[in-house]
Design a protein around this ligand. Structure first.
Ligand code: SF4
Ligand code: SF4
Length: 368
């Protein structure tokens, strides 16, 4: 692992191309916040001129691991991956920044980042889904949609219920997918949560896990054993539309811009399905950010629980860009992006409707 870091640090050509797409560097204009700056820090560490001091460690935790710099780097450095290796090492060496302790402890002790009781996790569920049943499909709501943005989860269940799609939900038996722990480098503890969820999937005979959170999508896709298929809800809805089981009829005469979150986009390669859904709503004029799909700029969401001020500042830039395009709605495919963009809009007092795609859909659904 160290060899990999050394190789990347000395491969870096110091061209600075990575700075352009870095959401953190763009916001604070500080060289140490870019991949190039951190490559320089790493070289100093490897040459014995610098240690992993609190400031150095913090600078790596300031990276959103959005992968934009990987797109831009002519030498192919995957800096987000380097950061993941470093964070795991920092945790092993007891260097996890203290501002992440409450988040870590909540996820480990309560199974969610908010420190809420497991009993509350299933409160949003309609009665008939309160008890998990054996099923081929399972909707894994994730922590945000279970506790904070429950309208997303409720909309998904409502839509699937309406078209008589057979599925189950874990409700209060669901635990965090492990994403927040993985992001901070607590890999062993994340693995324990993964095993807990896997056991439930096996008990119920689940073959496909449907997720609405892009963080869950990334974690299930890249870190869980490949024992089941993973679908983001926009992929499922797109599939159901093509099968003629899902149709929208009411008009939405608005300019909508789709926000490509990093976890669903660059990390999982899903770009078209959310756009297909939006285009299928009559009247929607789908517009694009100047930088979209693989080139999309991060909203700062991955930093929201550790460095909220920075995250909201980054998000405000994405909201301002949408406003300048003439967008009336920003549509997201991840609760973290939605919540963070809303905070960004609040920060700069811009009126903007920001909705996660599942939330937009129920009122446009064609009744069977
Ligand atoms: S992964 Fe994203 S946040 Fe981190 S250095 Fe690269 S562009 Fe910046
Ligand atoms: S784009 Fe790649 S090679 Fe250029 S400075 Fe950034 S990390 Fe180094």
């Amino acid at each position: 692992m160290r060899e990999h870091l050394v190789e990347d640090a000395y491969t870096c050509a110091s061209c600075g191309f990575c700075r352009f797409g870095c959401p953190v560097y763009r916001e604070i204009g500080f060289e140490g916040a870019s991949a190039r700056g951190r490559m320089y820090l790493l070289k100093r560490v490897f040459e014995g001129k610098l240690g992993y001091t609190e400031r150095v460690v913090d600078s790596f935790y300031m990276c959103a691991q959005c992968q934009n710099c990987k797109q831009l780097c002519p030498t192919g450095i995957d800096f987000g991956e380097d950061v993941a290796i470093l964070k795991e090492m920092f945790v092993r060496e007891g260097k996890l920044p203290s501002y992440l302790f409450p988040l870590r402890d909540n996820v480990i002790e309560k199974g969610n980042p908010f420190g809420k009781d497991a009993e509350e996790r299933g409160e949003w569920l309609p009665g008939k889904y309160q008890t998990p049943e054996p099923s081929e499909y399972l909707y894994f709501a994730g922590c945000s949609a279970s506790y904070a943005s429950t309208r997303i989860a409720k909309s998904i269940v409502k839509i699937l219920d309406q078209i008589e799609f057979d599925f189950t939900v874990l409700g209060k038996e669901e635990s965090c997918c492990g994403s927040p722990l993985e992001r901070m480098g607590e890999i062993t503890k994340a693995g324990e949560l993964m095993e807990k969820n896997m056991e439930k999937f096996k008990e119920l005979g689940v073959e496909t896990v449907i997720v609405s959170c892009a963080g869950c999508l990334k974690t299930f896709t890249h870190s869980y054993p490949k024992d089941f298929k993973v679908l983001h809800v926009t992929q499922l809805f797109d599939q159901l539309m093509r099968e003629g089981r899902l149709e929208f009829q009411k008009e939405l005469d608005k300019k909508v811009v789709y926000f490509d979150g990093c976890d669903i986009g660059r990390h999982c390669g899903i770009y078209e399905e959310p756009r297909n859904i939006l285009r299928s709503i009559p009247g929607v004029k789908l517009i694009e950010y100047e930088y979209s799909r693989e080139d999309a700029l991060c909203c700062g969401g991955p930093l929201a629980s550790s460095q909220p001020d920075l995250a909201h500042k980054i998000a405000s830039s994405r909201v301002r860009e949408a406003k300048e395009l003439g967008a009336e709605i920003i549509a997201t495919a991840c609760p973290t992006c939605m919540v963070n963009l809303k905070e960004g809009a609040k920060l700069i007092q811009i009126e903007m409707e920001i909705q996660d795609i599942p939330m937009l859909l129920p009122k446009f659904l064609k009744k069977g």
